[in-house]
Ligand binder design. Structure first.
Ligand code: AMP
Ligand code: MG
Length: 401
């Protein structure tokens, strides 16, 4: 009997509490997508900068319109980028276009569809509302407003907003540098010659891609044999990285050398086993200053553990809380048996339903099957000891991508 298995949330908490955020750096806005904002963003301009027209039509003084229809003199034009500078007086109208400044004196816009232009001016055919179709200065935000707060993972929509705030550069977390090392005598890199008994490393490229997708910069360290000295040599060479992720060799088999190798050099384990499936052997700790996350070798386990824990580690390193992938509700597509003492993460596809999406598990959940993981839309989350569930029951899912 070993130590009791750690609950998933507890394991995540230990990782997140152990990690601190990397330093910020300033990047061009064009490079800010997917980065974490490290200071509150303050608008350098108001948006819109002045009262502007939301429509193509005529700007006029509301009080001009005593009766409808009524003809007004057209005294000029205000186009986007070409404001009309004179004062608009009662009895006058100014031709105006979307985005153009509303000229001084005017307080109402009538859309062109409700007017008739003629030699003598413009005839207004609607009873407007005072102030209609005008976007007031600063309606969106004002100069000096804190519009986005830190920390925040920046989306393309955020980039558009920051641009509108006239911020060409933003402070973001630098990309954490994460070493990815596969272990195993049998493991070769994709494209290398494959001898009898060898398999191709899914984890090295897969975990590197995962790191990139979560804002980090992967350093692919290749494959090391199940040889404690070789493993330790590499770990010591990368002591300056923000995180080392290994795959394989963390179970309790004769060839599972990761923990023993690191421990011989002073590795302090935070935990070693988590109450989950796929997964269970999952090692986290520090080799002096270097945080090390040891994932199981099985590619499905490795990628599911990355989804649950490496994502949080990367988030935390970038200054976010790292409280794990978001879950949402779905309707179960098939019956499920009662669960045992380990949380279960079941690969499933999602279909539209009447209301909640329907999550249907792949019939075979063998943790050696990487193809079903790649094709899955979601992981159904089954808590430890969850009772049997019927098709149609509501379950919690983690969306993949
Ligand atoms: P281990 O965790 O080292 O006991 O490995 C568990 C299983 O995953 C074994 O079948 C290994 O051959 C396989 N495995 C280990 N590392 C990798 C890898 N990088 N890519 C694909 N499969 C792997
Ligand atoms: Mg192995």
């Amino acid at each position: 009997m070993g130590a009791p298995l750690l609950p998933v949330a507890e394991a995540r908490r230990l990782i997140v509490e152990d990690l601190a955020s990397v330093a910020p750096e300033t990047v061009k806005l064009e490079e800010a997508l997917g980065r974490v904002l490290r200071a509150d963003a303050v608008a350098q301009v108001s948006h819109p900068p002045a009262d502007v027209s939301a429509m193509d039509g005529y700007a006029l003084c509301f009080e001009s319109l005593k009766g409808i229809p009524q003809t007004l003199t057209v005294s000029g034009e205000s186009a986007a980028g070409h404001p009309y500078r004179n004062i608009v007086r009662p009895g006058e109208a100014v031709r105006i276009f979307t985005g153009a400044y509303v000229p001084p004196g005017a307080d109402t816009i009538v859309i062109q569809e409700n007017t008739i232009a003629s030699e003598s001016g413009v005839t207004i055919n609607e009873h407007p509302r005072l102030g209609q179709h005008i976007r007031p200065a600063g309606q969106d935000f004002r100069k000096g407003d804190v519009v986005l707060t830190s920390p925040r993972l920046l989306t393309a929509r955020d980039v558009a907003l920051l641009a509108a705030m006239n911020l060409p550069h933003v402070p973001v977390s630098r990309r954490p540098i994460v070493g990815v090392l596969s272990t195993g005598d049998e493991v070769v890199l994709p494209g290398d010659p494959i001898a009898d008994g060898q398999i191709v490393s899914a984890n090295g490229p897969g975990l590197c891609a995962f790191v990139t997708a979560h804002g980090g910069e992967p350093l692919h360290l290749g494959v090391v044999k199940d040889d404690p000295k070789a493993l330790l040599r590499i770990a010591e060479q990368v002591a300056h990285l923000d995180l080392l992720v290994t795959s394989g060799g963390v179970s309790v088999g004769d060839h599972d050398v990761v923990k023993a190798a690191l421990s011989s050099a002073g590795f302090k384990a935070g935990f070693h086993k988590v109450a989950m499936r796929p997964g269970k052997p999952l090692l986290y700790g520090r080799l002096h200053n270097l945080p090390v996350l040891g994932l199981p070798g099985n590619p499905v386990s490795a990628m599911v553990c990355a989804t649950l824990f490496l994502s949080s580690a990367l988030a935390r390193l970038q200054g976010l809380p790292g409280d794990g992938p978001r879950t949402m509700s779905a309707q179960l597509g098939t019956d499920l048996k009662a669960n045992d003492s380990r949380a279960d993460f079941i690969r499933a596809t999602l279909q539209h339903g009447n209301g909640l999406p329907v999550a249907t598990p792949f019939p075979v959940q063998d943790s050696g099957m990487v193809a079903t993981l790649a094709r899955a839309d979601a992981l159904i989350v089954r808590e430890p000891q969850a009772s049997a569930a019927k098709a149609g029951d509501t379950v919690s899912i983690i969306l993949l991508n």
